[in-house]
Design a protein around this ligand. Structure first.
Ligand code: UDP
Length: 239
């Protein structure tokens, strides 16, 4: 496995919010643009695995507020992520980029099951691997899954593509004009100051296993490619 000169392998986390363009459902313009920005990085030899969120369809915690039992709501949330995966897969395939979707909940007609060694093989062959259905377990988040998948399939870093912000700030830049963006940040500071990187379960898993996380903005044209090829945009969270 170590034969070639260790190509860069990354885990890109795309929030469902980005896919929805601020609404329920899928904004195809956004998803197409993201797909078109992924392809150049793969052509340059970067191995790209992706975890897609589902907040543009359902979040279990919100469904619970509306009267749906939490576990069932979480499964609805996970199924939402799969629709996002299929949309992204379609736009990547339209760009002639080979892809595989692997889901944590088995649905053989739609996607492969999550098989980590197979995912690694796909990446080595230049296929983009898209992970759906989160961890397949209620009470988890797709942020946590991003760290877990990155660890299990040996990604160099986790790239968190964000909507509306282009990194981690001292305060919410949409509310506080004095908010300043970090170029780099420790896991500890992010956790203690409760800075908007990812949820605490995900962040502590990254810290405990020293997996670097780069937080960057999805909106600027070309940013997805930049993050994938390793440009130092946004904020890096590490030890
Ligand atoms: N979810 C879950 N287990 C997982 C991943 C996701 O139960 O392993 C559910 C949960 O209800 C969550 C929803 O799926 O709210 C959508 O995922 P997430 O909120 O992480 O998506 P994002 O915020 O990234 O769009």
């Amino acid at each position: 496995e170590e034969a070639k000169s260790n190509p860069r392998r990354v885990l890109l986390k795309l929030s469902g919010e980005a896919f929805g363009g601020g609404a329920v459902g899928i904004d195809t313009h956004v998803v197409r643009r993201i797909a078109q920005e992924i392809v150049p990085a793969v052509r340059q030899g970067v191995q790209v695995a992706i975890v897609v969120g589902g907040g543009n369809f359902f979040r279990g915690a919100e469904l619970q507020q509306a009267g749906i039992e939490r576990n069932r709501g979480d499964y609805m949330g996970m199924l939402g992520t799969v629709m996002n995966c299929l949309a992204l897969q379609d736009f990547l395939e339209q760009e002639h980029q080979a892809t595989r979707v692997q889901t944590a909940i088995t649905m053989g007609q739609v996607a492969e099951p999550y098989i980590p060694l197979k995912a690694i093989r796909h990446l080595e062959k230049g296929r983009v691997v898209i992970f759906g259905a989160g961890a397949g377990m209620p009470y988890f988040s797709t942020d946590t899954v991003s760290i877990q998948r990155a660890l299990e399939i040996h990604c160099d870093e986790v790239l968190m593509g964000k909507n509306g912000v282009d990194g981690v700030y001292t305060a919410d830049p949409r509310k506080d004009p004095d908010a300043r963006r970090f170029d780099s940040l420790s896991y500890h500071r992010a956790l203690v100051d409760n800075l908007a990187v990812m949820d605490a379960a995900a962040l502590s898993m990254a810290r405990d296993n020293t997996k670097p996380i780069r937080v960057f903005g999805l909106e600027d044209d070309g940013n997805v490619t930049r993050a994938l090829v390793g440009e130092r945009i946004g904020t890096i969270v590490s030890s």
